[in-house]
Design a protein around this ligand. Structure first.
Ligand SMILES: NC(=O)CC[C@H](N)C(=O)O
Length: 305
């Protein structure tokens, strides 16, 4: 496995030159486009790392999976899907268009920004700090890394340039999809996007999902299976933005990408995988990361289909 990962990272590194780091959040523009790294962990806890696996990046959209799971744990399936849908959009992650054309207005799924702002609004707490703490606590439990927190500079940068996300949130309140203090919801949303990790942390999140919500070391339940099942399904149908269909054909495993260049992937009952490569393709997915996963899926026969 170690040999295979080293070879695949080496082989796919050239793709990083074809992509671009996200710059619409200025702090993300400082990402290193040449980076490509991977961690993979099996359900016995054997961990393999290759390439730039020590590189730190922010979860960005990957955290939408965690936030969805927390919203489901707190509110139940029925209530969550009263406010957010279950269908792929075919549009970019930050698009506003279908919020207006679909009646009654409701984000199509929890993996796009409008949907994640909605699931964030369903996580309760006395203050934004308390709500963020709940998200971090779930991530701490899944990764076993209690040092994980958000990156203040990325948060500030997202907040200052997040007009479109703010517009989505206020639009949703007008249509009674979100209630309460929008500025507080946005603070939690931007902070959970800015949570900083390595590929190893992401692989461990993937391993808990691969293990049906249970800790791989002691088999204790962290997340109920029904919640994991829903999250995994959204990762297949909507996890790679409007490239989810292509990814399902070429890789075939539940995955979620973020504009920080990370990809969370999970192979049910087999592996958790974390990838980083900040150079993105035109849809916002890590260009080298997707190619690396394509090769890995072929070599290890990972596709669930
Ligand atoms: N696609 C992403 O990773 C988007 C997340 C980012 N925080 C945003 O709201 O724009």
């Amino acid at each position: 496995m170690q040999q295979l990962l080293n070879t695949l990272v080496e082989r796919n590194k050239r793709w990083t030159k074809e992509g671009k780091v996200a710059t619409y959040i200025p702090e993300l523009g400082k990402g290193d486009p040449s980076v490509l790294g991977i961690s993979i962990i099996d359900l016995n806890g054997n961990l393999y790392n290759a390439g730039d696996y020590k590189y730190k990046f922010t979860l960005q959209s990957i955290t939408k999976v965690v936030t969805l799971m927390l919203a489901l744990i707190e509110n139940g399936k029925e209530k969550v899907f009263q406010y957010v849908g279950m269908e792929p959009t075919g549009d970019p992650f930050n698009s506003i268009i279908k919020l207006e054309t679909i009646k009654p207005s409701k984000p199509l799924n929890p993996m796009i920004n409008a949907g994640a702002i909605t699931t964030v609004s369903l996580i309760s707490g006395e203050s934004p700090e308390e709500r963020l703490h709940k998200i971090l606590t779930l991530i701490h439990k899944m990764t076993g890394n209690y040092g994980i927190t958000y990156n203040e500079k990325v948060f500030q940068s997202e907040y200052q340039t997040g007009d479109l996300n703010k517009a989505l949130a206020y639009f949703l309140r007008t249509h009674n999809v979100i209630t309460g203090d929008i500025e507080e919801h946005l603070e939690v949303y931007f902070k959970q996007s800015s949570i900083e990790v390595t590929t190893e942390d992401v692989a461990k999140i993937g391993a808990v999902i691969a293990n049906d919500g249970k800790d791989i070391y002691n088999n204790q339940e962290i997340i109920p299976y029904e919640v994991v099942r829903i999250a995994k399904t959204f990762m297949v149908t909507c996890g790679m933005y409007n490239a989810s269909g292509e990814f399902a054909i070429n890789v075939g495993i539940p995955a979620k990408s973020g504009v920080g260049g990370g990809i969370l992937a999970t192979v049910p009952r087999r592996f958790g995988i974390g990838v980083v490569g900040p150079a993105l393709d035109e849809k916002g997915n890590s260009i080298g990361g997707v190619k690396l996963l394509e090769d890995l899926s072929q070599k290890l026969d990972l596709s669930i289909f």
